[in-house]
Ligand binder design. Structure first.
Ligand code: PEP
Length: 256
């Protein structure tokens, strides 16, 4: 039996202005009253402009969640127009910084070098990176999904110490399952989440491998979360579309 606390993280993507974000967290707070949040950690990953709103709601005790950003600058400060740094996120009380989401990789050309720099920037600011990895459809069809995903993992965490690695969150998100309604089977999710854990074991040993939370992401809903969470190496979910509906996201969080 794993001692890892499951993490259910809602990625709002580029949705909800601050007023809509406030309405969602207030509604989520009501729905989470029926969820044992000692047994599962619930987090939201809003757009940057909504983070302060979420911080105020959380600090006012409106809901028992953690929160983080969908991206982070690789740089600490300076002439990087449009970017948001780790120290700025830490000052907002953020716990997490998402790194290497497939939409960043595909639409903004972020490669392993960039994700690695962002992982390190998150750690330097005292944040926990949620490193997203996962294969496109062609790689799965070619049977190379594990190899492809592990190369992203190893590139993303290169040069990270064992102490840091023990705190990272990895989200296995097969690209073909993101926003498509096509969820990976629980066995497929388990296969890759296990391979990720074993790669961490080979790199950093048992303590790290057994501590790291490996999430599955890609069309997670309340109707499929129980089966996914029944798998030994699936420690939670990164939830996109379904995290925009408070009742549905709370049902996912309360899957037990
Ligand atoms: C995501 O954006 O990380 C994601 C998994 O999206 P969805 O749940 O909508 O597939």
């Amino acid at each position: 039996m794993s001692t890892r606390t499951p993490l259910m993280a809602g990625n709002w993507k580029m949705n909800l202005d601050w007023k809509q974000g406030l309405a969602l967290v207030e509604e989520l707070g009501d729905h989470l009253k029926t969820v044992n949040t000692d047994a599962v950690e619930v987090a939201v990953l809003p757009p940057f402009v909504d983070l302060r709103t979420v911080q105020v709601a959380v600090e006012a005790g409106k809901l028992p969640i953690s929160y983080g950003a969908q991206d982070i600058s690789a740089h600490e400060s300076g002439a990087y127009t449009g970017e948001v740094s780790g120290p700025m996120l830490a000052a907002l009380g953020a716990t997490y910084a998402t790194v290497g989401h497939s939409e960043r990789r595909q639409l903004h050309g972020e490669d392993e070098q960039v994700t690695n720099a962002k992982v390190k920037a998150a750690f330097a600011a005292g944040l926990t990176p949620i490193l997203c990895v996962g294969e496109p459809l062609e790689e799965r069809q070619a049977g190379k999904h594990v190899e492809y995903t592990l190369a992203q993992l190893e590139g993303g965490i290169e040069g990270v110490s064992a102490e840091q690695a023990a705190k990272i969150v990895i989200a296995y998100e097969p690209v073909w399952a993101i926003g498509t309604g096509e969820v990976a089977s629980a066995d497929d999710a388990q296969e890759v989440c296990r391979a990720i854990r074993e790669a961490l074991r080979a790199l950093h040993g048992d303590v790290v491998a057994d501590a790291v939370r490996v999430l599955y992401g890609g069309s997670v809903k309340s109707s499929n979360v129980v089966e996914l969470m029944g798998k030994e190496d699936v420690d939670g979910a990164l939830v996109g579309g379904a995290s925009l509906k408070a009742e549905e996201f709370a049902k996912i969080a309360g899957y037990q």
